[in-house]
Design a protein around this ligand. Structure first.
Ligand code: BGC
Length: 378
């Protein structure tokens, strides 16, 4: 279905920016006019999805990003729970490139920027200490994806990474479909195919603050992660290969607790991450075929987010490197731990860790995975 023909069509679409692209933004949405822009010759736009209950989400084709996600709080007030920027051009910043974005072709780290497939070693840019993070300097977060809407509540972004881009083998054709359901869930469905054996690990890198973006620390949010084990890391945040029980460690989120409760405990793993920046090995119940990964509650808003996924892992990153480098949507700085990421994914460095679930994608196969972020109140 995807193959080279589609790849060529998509590449030509990126050049014109508009072919086959439906602008989902209504004329009443004045934020669109101030958001849109041009990046590296590509038209970058804002797209809006709404559902029957009034929840609203906006996206941009630059990185196939979530720009905002407004859901009701316990008083019924629509609250934007995703951090981001007001203008397309603000997302084009190598200092802070991951707000709301899809990361790929390989989200998270690959040790020493190297992996081997069928005896051939591939070398990637090392953009995070000695390692490769989130697909290298020019991962898909800096791509102008093609956008196609389908009704009010679904949008599909497509992009084909050319062979050897940032060192990854294969023309990798990807689609990401976001659906805002009438029961206030944001579903993210990922697909990829390749024409050469490669590695794929796509995820979304939204920073959440369930009290509302720009409303201060996330340390009082209550988090439950349905994982009995996590993957401890070395000082460069590469998994050691062990799957360590969380019991009796600050990584035990099997019962809901405030994120800040143990974050300052003296612990080598917390020291390496400068807080939580670790992958959890999911062991939650299955709900409609997906694993219940986590539940997060905003202490002030009462907004509750349940995450369900087909992925084996969840990276919990507690915003440890947020350091007031940029100004976010509501004029607030990206202050320390004012947002957090819960990234559904395969384990970091899987291409170099034979015992981890495989991230190899071969020609003729389709990478297909779905994650759901469901919002209610309590
Ligand atoms: C990583 C962090 C990194 C952050 C960048 C997360 O997925 O785990 O180490 O700093 O992305 O936004």
């Amino acid at each position: 279905m995807f193959g080279v023909a589609t790849a060529l069509i998509c590449l030509s679409c990126q050049n014109t920016g508009r072919n086959r692209t439906t602008d989902a933004t209504t004329s009443a949405d004045s934020s669109a006019n101030t958001f849109d822009g041009e990046i590296d010759g590509h038209t970058i736009k804002l797209y809006t999805l709404t559902n029957k209950t009034g929840a609203k989400a906006t996206f941009t084709n630059f990185g196939a990003r979530i720009v905002s996600l407004s859901v009701p709080d316990k008083a019924g007030k629509l609250t934007d729970v995703v951090l981001g920027f007001n203008k397309a051009s603000d997302y084009n910043n190598p200092e802070e490139p991951y707000y709301g974005t899809i990361v790929g072709p390989f989200g998270n780290r690959i040790a020493n920027g190297k992996f081997t497939l069928d005896g051939e070693t591939y070398t990637l840019p090392t953009n995070n200490g000695p390692n490769t993070l989130h697909g290298g300097y020019k991962g898909v977060h800096f791509a102008a994806w093609e956008a196609q809407t389908n009704g009010d509540n679904t949008i599909t972004f497509s992009y084909t990474l050319p062979d050897k881009h940032e060192g990854f083998p294969g023309n990798i054709a990807m689609t990401v479909t976001y659906t805002l359901t009438d029961d206030n869930a944001l579903e993210i469905a990922y697909k990829a195919t390749t024409d050469k054996k490669t590695v794929v690990n796509l995820t979304n890198h939204a920073y959440f603050n369930l009290n509302g973006e720009g409303s201060g620390t996330i340390l009082d949010h209550r988090l439950q992660i349905f994982a009995d084990r996590f993957t401890p890391v070395d000082s460069t945040l590469i998994p050691t290969g062990e799957l360590t029980p969380v019991k009796g460690t600050p990584f035990d989120f099997t019962t809901a607790k405030a994120i800040g409760r143990d974050i300052e405990v003296e612990d080598t793993q917390l020291a390496y991450g400068e807080g939580y920046d670790h992958n959890f090995v999911l062991s939650g119940n299955k709900v409609d075929g997906l694993t219940h990964a986590a539940t997060l509650v905003g202490d002030k808003s009462g907004i509750k987010m349940d995450i369900y996924t087909e992925e084996p892992g969840l990276q919990f990153y507690s915003g440890n490197f947020m350091s007031e480098k940029v100004t976010l949507k509501n004029g607030k700085k990206d202050s320390f731990r004012t947002g957090l990421c819960l990234e559904t994914q395969h384990f970091p460095d899987s291409p170099n860790q034979a015992a981890f679930p495989s991230t190899v994608l071969a020609p003729g196969e389709t990478y297909q995975t779905k994650s759901v972020y469901k919002f209610t109140v309590e």
